[in-house]
Design a binder for this molecule. Sequence first.
Ligand code: GAR
Length: 187
Amino acid sequence: MKRIAIFASGSGSNAENIITYFNTTKSAIVTFVFCNSKKAKVFDRCKRLKIPAVLFNRTDFFESEKILTQLKDTADIIVLAGFLWKVPSNLINAFPNKIINIHPALLPKYGGKGMYGMHVHNAVKENKESETGITIHFVNENYDEGAIIFQATTQLESTDSPEDIAQKIHALEYEHFPKVIESIIVQ
Ligand code: GAR
């Protein structure tokens, strides 16, 4: 059975959705959640779901082989679900086309450094977009530039607030992200 490691930085609602999906389908297993923020809500979710969660810092991630060693022992695929740090090249080289990210917009629009979470939805609102969506893509060394695997779109009303947009995006993410991960795993 394929093993998934999830990286998350904050709330972790996508992490929870993925864990629950694979608990049910049994086509893969989430072995660990890695998180770079001590106060992140994802730790409470992992505790409730009985999934081991690992806190790491910048030195662990960018200047040591600590995370890489742990991943080599525990994961076949790495899923970034609301993870905000750039992935270093030692991880990318060790897991070619095995690191997947979700971005809350239709890349290449609204991607790059500083474009995450509500920043994206605020910019979409500011630009009066009539639609937005999600992009699931492989991770390379540049923010949000790896090959696109899947996109889905949602229509926006002129009355939608950035929070309404965030809600529409989360709904798309919950619907599609686990299934797209599963499709990569069974390839
Ligand atoms: C998600 O909408 C995800 O697409 C976004 O952060 C949110 C995390 O929510 N990721 C990025 O913006 C990455 N650039 P969650 O913690 O509740 O899953």
